[in-house]
Design a protein around this ligand. Structure first.
Ligand code: PLP
Length: 394
């Protein structure tokens, strides 16, 4: 009998941290089970029995491609968003090293992109980190200004994981369309949450991760436009058309495809539900805490995604107070024994330190309801009033 050493009894009553991860969709779980139990053959084996396994993989690829208006052969399975980002950036850098060594990204990317770019700076590449405006938007002017004759790659995220801002990627990608520069977008927070059409976005590479849209963890994909030259990240066998070595996780690919198909089919309904929760939350906080600041672009942001800053409080203390009540959210600053580490995103949008320290992120999902929005808002207001009283401001 397998026993867990961690305490699994600590129950979450309201989970509002869907930007961190999402629960596995029941239909995805059910689609994965028979594959895990019965379809154990290696898809690369030559005997006829493994034809069914190959079929599962290719159907998953077809379904995923259909959700993005891509071709099935443009979808490559990876272990998740981090690998997809690493592959896109290192793979293009490697394939185009003789053309140039300049890469453009932004200061608000996920660490999977930022640290990959930093790695490349230690290997002879030059990286420009574009500064966003105060809402987290990257301007066309800044991108145009950063372009150089040796620029080989632009990597800009579709939606920000902390403040939820959605970038105007198609308009940014249009700038370089005829230049031969590759355009990658980290769409890990966006896939399954907003409509995505790779033709309309006009990008060359797109990263996604299944656990962000109710699929299983440890699987994702990289979209690579047909004809784009890219080096592989891992050396080994001939899986994924020779571009991504390693025996495929067939069950996870099947689960990811089911989860994505389901998310895309329900996109509008879920977004409407999430926007309602958001509205309730935002108006209750605004009504009761006059100094509250909502970060990001309120018009173009992920549905149900809220970044809230409260001056004079510690976001981390608030997280722990909510934790005790069974509510799971996240913060924009992490404390250690000596200092408070403010997130690179909040720094890049020039949020004053006092507000950054008091920043929390709430990301609703389709399992939440309007009552959850009321409860979280009222618990935050309660805590806020208590802090104000104790500090003599209330
Ligand atoms: N990119 C963004 C924008 C993310 O939010 C995340 C995860 O939070 C990642 C990349 C990494 O994805 P994964 O957890 O699948 O490695």
């Amino acid at each position: 009998m397998y026993t867990f050493s961690v305490n699994m009894t600590n129950k979450v009553v309201i989970y509002a941290d869907h930007a961190a991860t999402t629960p596995l969709l029941q239909e995805a779980f059910e689609a994965m089970l028979p594959v895990l139990k019965e379809v154990y053959l290696n898809p690369s084996s030559s005997y006829s029995f493994s034809r069914g396994v190959k079929q599962h993989l290719s159907e998953a690829r077809v379904q995923i491609a259909a959700c993005l208006n891509a071709l099935p052969e443009e979808i490559f399975f990876t272990s998740g968003g981090t690998e997809s980002d690493n592959w896109a950036i290192k793979g293009i850098a490697d394939a185009r090293a003789s053309t140039g060594k300049h890469i453009i990204t932004s200061a608000i990317e996920h660490h999977a992109v930022l640290n990959t770019c930093k790695y490349l700076t230690r290997h002879g590449y030059d990286v420009t980190f574009l500064k966003p405006d105060e809402k987290g938007r990257i301007s066309r002017e800044r991108l145009l200004h950063a372009l150089r004759p040796d620029t080989i790659l632009i990597s800009l995220m579709l939606a920000n994981n902390e403040i939820g801002t959605i970038e105007d990627i198609s308009s940014l990608a249009a700038i370089i369309r005829s230049s031969g520069i590759a355009f990658h977008t980290d769409a890990v927070q966006a896939v399954g949450h907003i409509p995505i059409d790779v033709q309309m976005l006009d990008i060359d590479l797109l990263s996604a991760s299944a656990h962000k849209f109710n699929g299983p963890k440890g699987i994702g994909f990289l979209y690579i436009r047909k004809g784009v030259q890219i080096a592989s990240l891992m050396d080994g066998g001939q899986q994924e058309a020779g571009f991504r070595a390693g025996t495929e996780n067939v069950a996870a690919a099947v689960g990811m495809a089911v989860a994505l198909k389901n998310s895309c089919a329900k996109l509008d309904n879920v977004a409407e539900k999430l926007r309602k929760m958001e509205l309730i939350f935002r108006s209750e906080i605004r009504e009761k805490i006059a100094t509250a600041v909502f970060n990001g672009d309120e018009c173009f942001h992920l549905p149900g995604h809220i970044s809230l800053s409260l001056p004079g409080i510690s976001g981390e203390a608030l997280l722990h107070i909510l934790d005790l009540k069974g509510i799971a959210i996240s913060t924009g600053a992490a404390c250690n024994s000596q200092s408070v580490e403010i997130s690179h995103v909040l720094k890049a949008i020039d949020l004053p330190t006092e507000l950054a320290k008091g920043t929390i992120r709430i990301s609703f999902g389709s399992n939440n309801n309007e009552e959850d929005a009321h409860i979280i808002a009222s618990e935050i207001v309660k805590y806020w009033r208590k802090v104000c009283q104790l500090s003599g401001k209330g």
